[in-house]
Design a protein around this ligand. Structure first.
Ligand SMILES: Cc1cc2nc3c(=O)[nH]c(=O)nc-3n(C[C@H](O)[C@H](O)[C@H](O)COP(=O)(O)O)c2cc1C
Length: 236
């Protein structure tokens, strides 16, 4: 059984195509997760919405609590870390992360950044071992194969690798850097572009992204679970 963690980060509550002013990243994550679930209805799914219910930002009390050895934490420090612990537990259970993250001002929305800050936890998702002089940081999520898909949307054009706006894309590198630091190095990115231009440009990009999502789901299902291939062929 695969454990999926489906996370949405758009401030817009509805899905594009179903709601006026709906979110394209919510539409992409929905497409991914529903196609996966049709092929493998027995897989487990956890849903987290950091767009509508953002985690708390890291605070002055959070920092010493997170870096205190667990046995020495006060009850108040345990309480300060409760949300972080719940988010970390959810992450540790996951084999596959389906992340819907729009570009806001060249980076991730603040709710998603708050989520990243809450899941990077010494002793839980990474460790620091100074005796390992060459690589003191130990990624604790490298304990088993895990992968992520970053489903994004941007108002402008050209933020893809090699594109004329690529140097201003601080979203994809931030997500890959943090997940890689924790041990999730297989991160596949698919993005819609031209949301602010609309019309044909946007329609073409949406169609391409939806097709890319379908192909990625089928590829990962086939790679992980050879029998899922047969199910998908039957449905076609
Ligand atoms: C606060 C805010 C900041 C944005 N900043 C950018 C940006 O820096 N670059 C860009 O191309 N589009 C930007 N956009 C456009 C969004 O990336 C685009 O609307 C995207 O589709 C939002 O994702 P969603 O459809 O899932 O809500 C911004 C939108 C908002 C609301």
């Amino acid at each position: 059984m695969t454990q999926l963690l489906h996370l949405d980060a758009s401030a817009r509550p509805g899905r594009a195509g179903e709601h006026p002013h709906g979110s394209h990243t919510r539409a992409l994550t929905h497409r991914f997760v529903s196609r996966w679930a049709r092929a493998r209805p027995g897989d487990a799914l956890t849903y987290r919405d950091v767009g509508l219910r953002p985690p708390a930002p890291v605070s002055g009390d959070w920092v010493p609590a997170a870096f205190a050895p667990p046995a020495q934490r006060t009850p108040a420090q345990h309480a300060v870390l409760a949300e972080s612990d719940a988010l970390v537990d959810e992450l540790l259970r996951a084999d596959l992360l389906v992340l819907g993250v729009p570009m806001y001002n060249f980076g991730p929305p603040s709710g998603f950044k708050a989520w990243l800050d809450q899941i990077v936890r010494i002793g839980r998702t990474f460790d620091y071992q100074p005796e390992r002089a060459d690589s003191p940081y130990v990624p604790l999520l490298a304990d088993r194969p895990r992968r992520a898909v970053l489903l994004s949307s941007r108002g402008g054009l050209g933020y893809e690798d090699g594109g004329e706006m690529a140097a201003m894309n601080h979203l994809d590198p931030a997500v890959r850097t943090v997940l890689g630091f924790l041990g999730i190095t297989e991160v596949h990115g698919i993005a819609i572009e031209g949301e602010e231009l609309g019309g044909e440009v946007l329609a073409r990009s949406v169609a391409q992204a939806m097709g890319a999502v379908d192909r990625l789901v089928d590829r990962w299902l086939a790679a992980n679970h050879p029998r899922a291939d047969a199910v998908l062929c039957e449905a076609a």
